[in-house]
Ligand binder design. Structure first.
Ligand code: UD1
Length: 422
């Protein structure tokens, strides 16, 4: 059990650089199963989700090397040792489901358990599976195990309408379609920047994909054989978290290697709260925050709307804003768990279903809180603690390692009083 102890009240000063995006590298690592050649991925974040994905690739028969000096990961899956994704690793990371599309292309079958165990039921991956079925795959489920097979060896291109622009389903179907016979069109796909980034990577392997960012993505099936070098896009959620850290603690920070175009809905909200954000060169944002911020309402939506992955961190800041903020979460059903912990710190929050009403108080008080196995919730507790009076002890802090490279160290570099105990 690890914890972070934070003494609140230090304004943040200095500069930091953003790492490559977690939500870009995970599908790209999965996509490397599509080819037998070497793929080099640059600017890899040093996070546990990448390590878990690396382990799964090794179990599948791949070679995964990490060169820490260059933040480079090299992956080569010359041949598959198995089509089964280990149940324990599957449970640790929901996005391991992204390997099923590439496995179907490479070997004609894939086996997995439901991410998080069968209690969750079929809902979280139903769109992925329906897409594969439409492309000619057979899906058999038994006691929480799923086996997907392609009876005639190769998937066939198809017109697939997603009822919701799911990021994972769009990525999985895109990767499956790369190896399918004929043309696949995905209607109502997700438009997140990470979809574009996956398409760029797949094109480097020889895929023919168009329409990402629009309402239809078209993929012409082909045999992918090439290897490639690919540099990841910056992590917009990591950047947004540090921007909200400055909002929570006050101060002035320069954030390098960020892509403001990917953060427009978010930046508009943060500016409305009273945070000053200046572009100080290409990929550089200067963030200044002083005094109490204004309450602002937020509605999470698929991209280009306000990202759900920055909702908890926004709530941390809203806790001490002047006035009442209404936060509406439309992407995930159960993403307000962290509100209970904020209340322990003195926040005034009422939640009902997908809506949270946050009445700003002058200051939060440091106390002991728990991160509850939730990556963004854990980060938002750290943010709340930075602005709180006195000491906060965030217990079970490990989930931050899934998505942030050395969060405590980065914040210390900016002058925060943060110590981690493992
Ligand atoms: C990805 C991101 C995650 C982010 C989310 C939404 C990665 C590795 N993770 O997750 O950080 O929070 O997008 O921006 O990129 N759903 C179904 N059936 C499906 C698939 C999804 O009902 O087959 C539902 C989910 O339960 C959820 C919603 O659709 O309520 C959005 O999920 P989705 O866009 O698929 O998110 P992920 O790809 O899992």
């Amino acid at each position: 059990m690890s914890r972070m102890v934070i003494e609140g009240g230090n304004p943040l000063q200095g500069e930091i650089s953003i790492n490559g995006a977690k939500n870009a590298i995970l599908p790209i690592m999965a996509a490397s199963v599509l080819t037998g050649s070497e793929c080099h991925i640059y600017r890899s974040p040093d996070i546990s989700d990448v390590r878990v994905m690396g382990k799964i690739l090794q179990q599948l028969g791949g070679r995964v090397c990490q060169a820490s000096d260059e933040n480079r990961i090299t992956i080569q899956v010359e041949s598959l040792a198995t089509d089964r994704i280990d149940a324990d690793l599957m449970r640790q990371m929901r996005s391991s489901v992204l390997l099923t599309g590439p496995l179907l292309v490479r070997g004609g079958s894939a086996q997995m358990t439901y991410p998080g165990g069968c209690a969750i039921g079929p809902r979280p991956v139903d769109m992925h599976l329906a897409g594969f079925e439409q492309m000619g795959a057979r899906v058999d489920e038994q006691g929480g195990n799923i086996r997907i097979t392609v009876p005639d060896g190769r998937l066939r291109g198809s017109d697939i309408h997603l009822e919701y622009p799911s990021v994972g389903a769009t990525e999985n179907i895109m990767m499956a379609a790369c190896g399918a016979r004929g043309t696949t069109r995905i209607y109502n796909p997700a438009r997140e920047p990470e979809i574009d980034s996956l398409a760029d990577f797949l094109r480097k392997l020889g895929a023919n994909i168009s329409g990402t960012g629009s309402s239809v993505i078209t993929i012409e099936g082909a045999k992918l054989q090439g290897g490639t070098c690919y540099e990841l896009i910056p992590d917009r959620i990591e950047a947004g978290t540090y921007i909200l850290a400055v909002a929570a603690a006050g101060g002035q920070v320069r954030i390098n290697q960020v892509c403001p175009e990917h953060l427009q809905a978010f930046l508009a909200k943060v500016r409305q709260m009273g945070v000053r954000i200046n572009q100080a060169g290409e990929g550089v944002l200067e963030i200044t925050s002083e005094g109490r911020l204004r309450a602002v309402d937020v509605l999470t939506l698929p991209y280009p709307g306000y990202p759900t992955d920055l909702q908890n961190q926004f709530m941390a800041v809203a806790c001490t804003a002047c006035g009442t903020s209404v936060i509406t979460e439309t992407v995930f059903e159960n993403r307000f768990k962290v509100a209970d912990e904020f209340r322990r710190m003195g926040a005034r929050i009422r939640t009902e279903g997908r809506i949270a009403v946050v009445k700003g108080v002058k200051r939060l008080r440091g106390t002991t809180v728990r991160a509850n196995q939730d990556l963004r919730g854990a980060a938002s507790l750290v943010l709340a603690a930075l602005g709180a009076e006195g000491q906060t002890n965030v217990q079970d802090i490990e989930p931050v390692d899934r998505g942030y490279t050395n969060l405590a160290g980065q914040l210390r570099k900016l002058g925060a009083d943060v110590v981690r105990y493992d």
